[in-house]
Ligand binder design. Structure first.
Ligand code: GTP
Ligand code: ZN
Length: 208
């Protein structure tokens, strides 16, 4: 069982204009400082709030790197939750759980032609090391057993359903495509073809 440790107001978003609360927890299992952002008090005011489990991506979330779509997904999520309320779980699972330095090593291999999963495997890691059990503990600590989930990743849906959280709807995020030599098009295509992601592949293969 995890519990809310502290909850405090702050404004977020690209212009610090979106009111939210940040929540810390006690009793999480994996030793990382995961946090929740709550919009419009959705945890107490809504029976089935929109939620997102967002895995940390320093390069994408902070620097808006061309190699992925994480920062754009994060902004899209914050804007949606500003409008309709929601709970954003920001999970400290950098690089699908392999950590930042290993992710940079994987990028080196991707620059040499491997795809994102091959690079992980070449470094001795599974395709995806993430475990969403702390996310489930966070939802339960907030009293949430019934949600709408914002994702394109079927593993996240399965993780919640397996833990007894009722997922009433899955809302995909948009395809945020960046072209060019170190763009994210082939990264997103690989996630669709080999990772069963539910992104619209036609949009990805369409020339700009
Ligand atoms: N190992 C590795 N991790 C990456 C790479 N590109 C992005 N990541 C990480 O992948 C994770 C992406 O997380 P999420 O945004 O939750 O995404 P997702 O599994 O694609 O699912 P949704 O965005 O919910 O559809 C972050 O932890 C990133 O740091 C890469 O090339 N290699
Ligand atoms: Zn990223």
């Amino acid at each position: 069982m995890a519990e809310v440790r502290a909850r405090v107001q702050l404004n977020v978003g690209q212009h610090s204009h979106i009111p939210a609360e940040i929540v810390s927890f006690s009793g999480l299992k994996d030793g990382h400082e995961h946090v929740a952002l709550i919009f419009n008090q959705a945890d107490t005011e809504q029976t089935t709030p929109l939620i997102r489990m967002h895995s940390e991506c320093l390069t994408g979330d902070v620097f808006h790197s061309s190699r992925c779509d994480c920062g754009e997904q994060l902004n899209e999520c914050i804007e949606s939750m500003h409008k309709q309320g929601g709970v954003l779980l920001y999970l400290r699972q950098e690089g699908r759980g392999i950590g930042l330095y290993n992710k940079i090593d994987a990028y080196v291999l991707q620059s040499q032609g491997m795809n994102t999963y091959e690079a992980n495997n070449h470094l001795g890691f599974a395709d995806d090391l993430r475990d969403f059990s702390d996310a489930v503990l966070m939802l339960k600590a907030l009293g949430l057993n019934q949600v709408k989930l914002m994702t394109n990743n079927p593993n996240k849906l399965n993780a919640l359903r397996d833990a007894g959280i009722e997922v009433e709807a899955v809302i995909g995020t948009q395809a945020h495509i960046k072209s060019g030599h170190v763009g994210n098009r082939s990264y997103l295509e690989t996630k669709v073809k080999h990772g069963a992601h539910m992104l619209d592949i036609k949009k990805l293969s369409k020339p700009e």
